[in-house]
Ligand binder design. Structure first.
Ligand code: SAM
Length: 334
């Protein structure tokens, strides 16, 4: 049954915003003008003073707006602060907001859910915490928690970003690394999270074994389920612990993935100790663009002081982190 409220045109905006605030407005149908009245679609038979409840079909809004910024109910001067991008992990949207937008976080979340009907939850990202790099998230909309299934390059992964780190924006980078892997390689991912690098690699290449280490027990539990979900139990070994103590127990490696971009170089010694001559290290680092040359020299010097000769084969800028900083990957040949 389709319901609407018949209200005087002059009071239409007051009714509409009050209904929207109470989440009673049916945004899938259009408001219709009839003489001196408006018919406002509602999603349940509500009673409001001065309005008449009718059972009426109203035209559906066929072309749904997909840019949440066009439908968000916000004072005009704040609209320029709205983020143009946000992360979608499975059925969950995660966004960062300028301080001035925080009082309107609920309205922004409503607009995101209206623009992307497959979303089940929207969360506010208040930054990354501690050693496990888990985001500090506040659920704005949705009552299903933040766990869902995310797909990437043919791999489906259970991810709960409130329990483990996951960055959907690195998908192309994971595929870039997977494309380099040769048959029979032995690989270690020192900071594997829920396992996206190992899973994408095993979907698109034929390594002999991938050892996937993480210090976060929640991430490792999800990774174990993801390995089984993708039927890769014979090729990926999930290991819980500090890479510094786990890595020395592994066999010689052809490739090491070091995606801990605040401090990966601090683990370079243990990686070089395990990677064979001619093997590769993918080292990720956030830095100022003008620090890049100095950082590369630092890597060569550090390796030299440990008795290894390495070469930086290539450097890739993956994504900007702030106006002056980016995330880089150094492909290093040992
Ligand atoms: N590579 C994963 C991805 O692409 O989603 C996750 C990378 S995340 C930036 C870094 C991960 O390193 C986190 O999951 C964190 O728990 C883990 N970590 C931090 N310190 C560690 C350590 N000393 N040993 C092993 N894992 C560690």
């Amino acid at each position: 049954m389709e319901w609407c409220l018949k209200v005087p045109v002059a009071a239409g905006e007051d009714y509409r915003s009050s209904l929207r605030e109470q989440r009673l407005l049916d945004i899938s149908r259009a408001i219709k003008k009839e003489g001196e009245h408006l018919l406002i679609p509602v999603n349940s038979p509500v009673a409001m003073e001065g309005a008449e409840l009718l059972e009426r079909e109203l035209p559906s809004l066929e072309r749904r707006e997909t840019d949440y910024r066009r439908i968000v109910d916000l004072p005009e001067h704040l609209k320029e602060l709205l983020p143009s991008s946000y992360d979608i992990i499975g059925e969950v949207a995660i966004l960062k907001l300028d301080e001035g937008l925080i009082p309107f976080a609920g309205e922004i979340a409503d607009a995101l859910m209206a623009a992307s009907p497959r979303l089940r939850s929207v969360a506010l990202d208040r930054g990354i915490k501690g050693e496990t790099r888990v985001r500090d998230l506040v659920v704005l909309r949705g009552d299903h928690g933040l766990g869902s299934v995310h797909t990437e390059y043919g791999v489906s992964m259970e991810v709960d970003p409130s329990l483990a780190y996951f960055n959907p924006r690195l998908s192309r980078e994971r595929m870039r690394v997977a494309a380099m892997v040769r048959e029979g390689e032995v690989i270690a991912d020192l900071f594997a999270g829920v396992g996206p690098f190992p899973l994408v690699i095993c979907r698109h290449a034929r390594p002999q074994k991938v050892y996937a280490v993480d210090i976060n027990s929640e991430a490792v539990a999800m990774m174990e389920r993801n390995i089984s979900r993708n039927r890769m139990d014979d090729r990926i070994v999930a290991l819980h612990g500090d890479a510094r103590s786990v890595l020395p127990r592994l066999p010689p490696l052809d490739r090491a993935i070091m995606n801990l971009p605040q401090m990966a170089e601090e683990f370079l010694d243990i990686a070089l100790e395990r990677v064979r001559r001619g093997g590769k290290v993918h080292l990720y680092r956030i830095m100022e663009r003008d620090e890049l040359t100095g950082f590369q020299e630092g890597i060569l010097n550090k390796a030299g002081s440990l008795g290894y000769e390495v070469e930086v084969e290539s450097v890739h800028e993956l994504k900007s982190y702030s106006p002056s900083m980016s995330v880089y990957c150094l492909d290093i040949i040992c």
